[in-house]
Design a protein around this ligand. Sequence first.
Ligand code: NCD
Length: 356
Amino acid sequence: MSVRNLIDLNQLSLEELDEIVDMACRISKHPEHYASACRDKLMATLFYEPSTRTQMSFQSAMLRVGGKIIGFDNPGGTSVAKGESLKDTVTVLSGYTDILTIRHPLEGAAMAASLYSHVPVINAGDGGHLHPTQTLTDIVTLRNVVGRMDHLVIGMCGDLANGRTVHSLCRSMSRYGGNSFVFISTETLAMPKYIKEYVTAMGCEYTEVRTLEEAMPYLDVLYMTRIQRERFETPAEYEAQKGVYVLDAAKMALGKPDLCVLHPLPRVDEIAYEVDDDPRAWYFRQTLYGMYGRMALIIRMISEHESRTPTVRTASPGFTCHNPKCITRFEPYLPPLTVDTPSGCVCAYCERGQAE
Ligand code: NCD
């Protein structure tokens, strides 16, 4: 694998991604063959934000490949509560372990951690930015359920503004030929401009609609998401958006017979419980594919890792990120770094920093 950290799934070539997905499929058939692949290796899970699935999926994946885990999911019980910086926590914990996973409420936190880590860093979700291992989960599921990754009409519904899962998925699925997207959201929850520009730059088409009903008949895949209450500035703003989209049996009746319904979970109210028994509802089985995907990823990253000194990046003097949710606004020692994207030159941590 040419990258040693996984901040964005698109750091992998399609061939590398395919190899990991193939391996996940092999693991799902014969997990016993991989039971000691990472024996004596230690993973740190640094969860600065609540998580059920991602955290436990990483933990069970590491344990199932023979490794061990340490970590926290309540930073209030660690030195973070005393004001320790991300840099210091990562520097120390990466000295104890062989691989590090991090979830953080700020955009770009995983990239920031990778600058100071002595071991590979996996982004387990950085604010509303990216969530590459959820996308790996989604891709392993699509490979098994739909059987192909290209020429799909993919609907994404709900909080497209703040949902990191849909941002990551959109970017990855735009790499496969002939895919198109239907973004189903209110105006407030619309897909960010930088993701739409990425999709267009990759040669894919997208449409934006306001109701599930108008999209349903055309979709091969429907990716439902919850409205991300914790990412709104005020409770009133959340209240104005909550409960707008509910997938129920009546709407499922408008869908294709082989529609694949996915959801990263947790569900709040956007999928009625009656849909769970529909054979086209794959969201619970999707979680299992995620564990196999993470087992494959961990094996690859640990086996290819050679000990090293942290990445040195050249600072981009004079650049200040304007995204109020970017990690650089809170951890002032971080060097200003930029990257060129279809949206122009942006902050390398959160890929924003310019007026939307
Ligand atoms: C998602 C997340 O944390 O971004 N959950 C997950 O990782 N499975 C989706 C969400 O919280 O809505």
